[in-house]
Design a protein around this ligand. Structure first.
Ligand code: SF4
Length: 403
């Protein structure tokens, strides 16, 4: 079944190139950035001293956090941060600083170094929940292809129970995906309204249906941010990749409406072999800057879902272009006014996988637990009573790609 478009205002093949003057994110740079980084270090000290009683442990913890940072970023210095809604954000999957969520997120990392007794530790950093199989698009790389537009088994009652269960274990961020989660607006609003506010909530969307009214409802209910897929800076090529004539139109609409409602915005790019070049990446970042998004995410293509059995894996030469570009954009002062790039492959090759039951899981549309949205090996249902045991099994089996 293909979901039909009901918004009559959308015309076939409409490509909007009028970039709206929506509320821009504030990029924090220079002296202000140094000042905030200093305050963040003070938060580390606050959490460390709350977690452990022994001053020797405090020193060891500081060293541990420095080592952890180096594993992700090397000796590179970060020259930008995003300020929105009273919080400072360094990445998509790190909760905003100055908040309790941020402190629990730091405690969860410290708990890996040495188990904590005196502070609440979040079991998960990021949990992805695919709340529907319905979608209007037919994307080239869709990882849920086999399930797309089949009957949804779980409804709002089950998803509320799932959110509650995960929140009871502690979670910094929950990302609602699908299918297209915006096709389940009422469920989304119900989930956000009923959830405990100790978690940041994000949406993973094609942008379809993120009109002003929906963005406003979601913000009122407590949505933090939206990750909106855009796979080419050329609107026609994005539409072609997504097999949907209004795909690009909805990206611009979604970004504008989210920005205007103070929902943090990110674009997500699947950089294919044919796309990857310095020139294309730069054009993409120019567009992302014009659209006023805070982050751009690179998600390398994987041979799953619609891409199964296809030769989509990037070669070393593609990875080198992406990594060089990522470093230039994020660590050079020349690009401090551009969105921050999040590049999972870069971190995973250096740090290993942080999902697969370690810090995150993917709950698919049937409630089955998987290592991540791309590794579809089900390890029991989230609704089972032995859920905690199954998460540990998932963790011990680990990620098949990045150890
Ligand atoms: S990738 Fe997302 S937007 Fe595209 S068809 Fe799959 S579920 Fe829909």
């Amino acid at each position: 079944m293909i979901v039909k478009i009901q918004d009559k205002k959308v015309k076939t093949n409409l490509i909007s190139r009028t970039i709206d003057t929506s509320v821009p994110p504030k990029m924090v740079t220079g002296l202000r950035l140094r000042f905030i980084q200093l305050r963040i270090r003070l938060t580390f000290l606050k959490v460390i001293t709350a977690c452990y009683r022994n001053p020797v442990e405090w020193i060891r913890c500081i060293r541990y956090l420095i080592r952890l940072r180096r594993r992700f970023l090397g000796n590179n210095k970060v020259h930008k941060m995003v300020y929105i809604n009273g919080k400072y954000h360094i990445g998509l999957y790190t909760p905003g600083w100055n908040s309790n969520v941020y402190e629990h997120y730091i405690a969860a990392h410290l708990n890996d170094y040495k188990p904590i007794k005196y502070f609440k530790v979040n079991r998960f950093n990021n949990v992805f929940m695919a709340i529907t199989k319905k979608c209007a698009l037919q994307c080239e790389h869709c990882f849920e292809w086999e399930n797309l537009n089949k009957k949804d088994i779980l409804g709002p009652v089950e998803w509320r129970a799932i959110v509650k269960k995960i929140q009871e274990r502690g979670v910094s961020q929950i990302h609602f995906s699908g299918g297209e989660p915006l096709l389940k607006m009422d469920t989304l609003v119900q989930l956000l309204n009923s959830a405990d506010k100790s978690t940041e909530f994000w949406l993973v969307t094609s942008g379809f249906k993120l009109n002003h009214n929906n963005a406003h409802r979601l913000k009122q209910a407590g949505l933090t941010g939206a990750v909106i897929s855009l796979d080419h800076h050329d609107p026609a090529l994005h539409n072609q990749f997504r097999h949907f004539d209004e795909a690009y139109y909805w990206v611009e609409e979604a970004v504008k409406n989210a920005n205007n409602n103070k929902i943090i915005t990110a674009l997500s790019l699947c950089p294919t072999k044919s796309f990857i070049s310095e020139e294309n990446l730069m054009s993409y970042m120019e567009l992302a800057k014009k659209l006023k998004v805070s982050f751009v995410q690179f998600l390398e293509p994987k041979a799953v879902g619609h891409y199964a059995d296809r030769d989509v894996k990037l070669h070393q030469e593609h990875i080198e272009i992406l990594e060089r570009f990522f470093r230039r954009m994020n660590f050079s002062k020349d690009f401090s006014s551009y969105p921050i790039i999040i590049y999972h492959g870069y971190y995973q090759r250096r740090q290993g996988c942080m999902s697969a039951g370690k810090k995150g899981i993917y709950i698919d549309t049937d409630g089955a637990m998987n290592a991540c949205p791309f590794c579809h090996k089900k390890t029991g249902s989230i609704l089972d009573s032995n859920f905690d045991q199954n998460v540990e099994i998932l963790k011990s089996e680990g990620c098949p790609t990045y150890k």
